[in-house]
Ligand binder design. Sequence first.
Ligand code: ZN
Length: 172
Amino acid sequence: MEHLRSLVLNSTYEPLQFTSARRALILYLLGKAEALEFDGFQFRTCSTSYRLPTVIKLRRYIRRPYSAIVSFSKKNVLRRDGHTCQYCGKTGGEMTIDHVIPRSREGKSTWENVVTACRDCNLEKGDRPLHMAGMRLLRDPQKPKTLINTISTVNAPDSHIKSWTKYLNHYR
Ligand SMILES: [Zn+2]
């Protein structure tokens, strides 16, 4: 279970971070968190076994540290988009940043106008606005309310990712 991760939500359901499944289980057993999702993974001791929660919600509200305020940067745009091309849905490989309204047409570098794009889509779109390129976005880009490092989701069991997605997408 050492490699397993669990998603931690604030008492408001806002995603805060990923933590080890072991720590999530401890927070749950101590009554500091509520377990919202399980998916069949267990932690066994000699005498007993526990279901590992894949999502926990803290009972008390945690004020997010100042550093958690999301600044606009290429790295954070990639994180917001889960390192997924917002045109074709491809994940992994080298990703670029695309201005939906091109800079040549006064498009700004803002959360609402910048998305993650794979090289092929970026090249195909070129300097054209969406309707002229005949391309569509998977979702409207927005300023994220929270930004947790979704790299933790790489190599996680599918059942874990499934249980995380609804909580993560809700806050995107
Ligand atoms: Zn693409």
